[in-house]
Design a protein around this ligand. Structure first.
Ligand code: SF4
Length: 338
């Protein structure tokens, strides 16, 4: 053992980061693990570097082996149709770039400002509306935090800050703690919202360190997770949600309505029921943001309305998510009345 190893104690790698490191990034390995044919259509696209395959092992473990139509697999495996150019689909589907300010701040809606805290995600979802987002230039890296905090402090109309991305929980806890401490110091801020899919796909992320800085913050917290199918919710996710609930943090879910994945009344009903078992309220059901490469996931609006009408006849009102679409330039999400 060399002297340096004695003098410099190794920094402990949190379990969730080790889990992330073990994710599937090689398409052939995921196919072998799932006992799927090695030449499954879409293979070439899964290797494309600007939006490559990325699937945590635990999430892959919730997929049915041997089934290329598995609803979780279909969220992460590219269809050959991704390569088709679709009219009315754009690289910036919701007009983020028009609203983006230096340091990763997006201020679209009154009273709320969103921070692109990082471009990293634990999973790459093929339908992602930010799949073409220029994170390298736009995210709020640490050197931008002070200007970002100054800008938030200067705008008294902002009461809520949303940490988004990418996935904000991809950042290490010491960084998040520092950023949130800065937000705590802005007197007119009242609420802190986290948008995360990582809490679902890598539930190990909900650890003591995260709960420490979250509960230390004086801001009212709300966490919005992202689950599209009931099979995403297993016991490991249940334990993570239980920890957040015990910390008194309200949990909401947003889903994207995805063709062939969750576009039946029975799946949507069981998703709402399962979310509630896990202490999560269904919040939004999004019509797909029209991002280039994702057209094959889109569900026709008339079908979407019929689906929500159907489940609202079977579930209590608090288990029926709001069907919404994001329209660039509108002062809020557009509620689609069914
Ligand atoms: S986790 Fe969210 S931001 Fe990341 S790829 Fe999936 S949908 Fe996009």
């Amino acid at each position: 053992m060399g002297m340096n190893a004695v003098l410099q104690p190794q920094r402990r790698i949190p379990e969730w980061q080790a889990v992330l490191t073990g994710s599937f990034t090689r398409p052939a390995q995921l196919l072998a693990y799932l006992q799927l044919p090695p030449d499954l259509p879409g293979l070439k696209l899964a290797e494309v570097r600007d939006f490559p395959l990325r699937v945590p092992l635990g999430f892959a473990g919730r997929m049915e082996k041997g089934n290329p139509e598995d609803p979780l697999f279909r969220q992460v495996w590219p269809s050959p149709r991704e390569a088709e150019k679709s009219p009315h689909f754009a690289t910036d589907a919701v007009g983020d770039l028009d609203k983006l300010r230096p340091g990763g701040l997006i201020h679209k809606y009154h009273g709320r400002a969103l921070v692109i805290a990082t471009g990293a995600c634990a999973i790459n979802c093929r339908y992602c509306f930010r799949r073409h987002f220029p994170y390298a230039e736009a995210k709020a890296s640490r050197k931008h935090w002070q200007p970002l905090l100054d800008e938030l402090a200067a705008d008294q109309s902002i009461e809520e800050v949303i940490l988004s991305g990418g996935d904000p929980l991809s950042l290490a806890d010491d960084k998040l703690a520092e950023l949130v401490m800065g937000l705590d110091g802005i007197p007119h801020l009242k609420r802190l919202r986290l948008h995360t899919r990582q809490a679902i796909v890598v539930p190990e992320r909900i650890n003591d360190e995260l709960l420490d800085w979250l509960t230390d913050s004086r801001l009212q917290k709300v966490i919005v997770v992202h689950v599209n199918h009931p099979n995403e919710l297993d016991t490991s996710v249940g334990l993570a949600m239980e920890r957040l609930k015990r910390a008194g943090i309200p949990l909401l879910n947003q889903s994207v309505l995805l063709k062939g994945i969750n576009d039946t009344p029975s799946v949507l009903k069981s998703l709402s029921e399962r979310l509630f078992e896990f202490g999560i309220l269904p919040y939004y059901l999004h019509q797909l943001d029209r991002v280039q490469g994702a057209a094959h996931y889109e569900v026709d609006e008339a079908v979407a309305k019929a689906l929500v009408r159907d489940i609202s006849g079977q579930l209590p009102g608090y288990l029926v998510p709001r069907l919404v679409r994001e329209v660039a330039g509108q002062p809020s999400k557009t509620w689609i009345h069914w």
